[in-house]
Ligand binder design. Structure first.
Ligand code: FE2
Ligand code: FE2
Length: 246
């Protein structure tokens, strides 16, 4: 138990949410480790330049470290049981795609979308009144996630230059769908909206949704468009979610 995280000062339902959030993040980080390990191998198979392959390998190591930090925080907030570490993570591209398309699909979904979203969440969470221990972890993870997001943009830029990225447009909405919990656009419970969460590295539900939507509009969509990916289907997806006014 850590003194500066002050978990004992939190009301139980909120503390439980904080513990669950860090537990969930640990799983996401462990999945990401497996994903980047596979992507590094696949990029090497595709004869990607060595710095790109090295970035993917480095990302896998970062994610393992992040998982360890998330685990410590989850336990500090009272999480006793942690789910087993995943042994494998499925590829996100639809079946039947060739390796080159699958890799671009997965790098765009995992890095350009998910890591960019994660960067936005972490930046929002770095509020001055967050506990020092939480801030230290957030800052550490944020620095790496920015680099992971760049890996996706770098590969997309390369593939776009070779005319190989246009096919992504018809997949953007599926990627977005895969990047969010279905609950994101549903109302949160009073505990999930508690402002007390912020101090402990968790966004209240409405802030989470707003942060997601803003990052899509301000960073993800303009970035994809810059590399020739039509985002009209993605923007329609967001509109269907009733979030354009969020
Ligand atoms: Fe991470
Ligand atoms: Fe990451």
């Amino acid at each position: 138990m850590v003194s500066d995280a002050q978990p004992e000062l939190l009301e139980t339902p909120v503390r439980r949410l904080v513990a669950e959030a860090w537990t969930f993040r640990r799983q996401v980080e462990l999945d990401a480790e497996l994903r980047f390990t596979r992507l590094a191998e696949q990029l090497a198979q595709l004869r990607a330049p060595e710095p790109i392959v090295a970035l993917a390998r480095r990302a896998a190591e970062d994610e393992r470290r992040h998982a360890g930090m998330c685990e410590l925080l989850a336990r500090a907030y009272g999480q006793v049981e942690l789910p087993p570490a995943p042994l494998a993570v499925e590829e996100v591209a639809p079946a039947g795609m060739a390796l080159r398309e699958r890799v671009l699909y997965e790098l765009v979904a995992a890095c350009c979308i998910t890591e960019t979203e994660s960067t936005a969440v972490l930046t929002t969470l770095l509020v001055p009144d967050a506990t020092p221990r939480v801030r230290a972890v957030l800052r550490d993870i944020l620095r790496d996630e920015v680099a992971h997001s760049r890996l996706g943009w770098a590969w997309l830029s390369r593939e776009h230059a070779e005319g190989a990225a246009g096919f992504l447009a018809r997949h953007v909405s599926a990627m977005l769908e895969g990047s969010v919990s279905p609950r994101l656009f549903a109302p949160g419970t009073p505990e999930e909206e508690s402002a007390a969460l912020l101090k402990h590295g968790v966004l209240p539900h409405t802030r989470k949704r707003e942060t997601f939507v803003r990052a899509l509009r301000d960073v993800v969509f303009p970035g994809l468009e810059r590399f020739g990916v039509d985002t009209a289907p993605g923007r329609e997806w967001l509109e269907r979610r009733g979030a354009m006014g969020a």
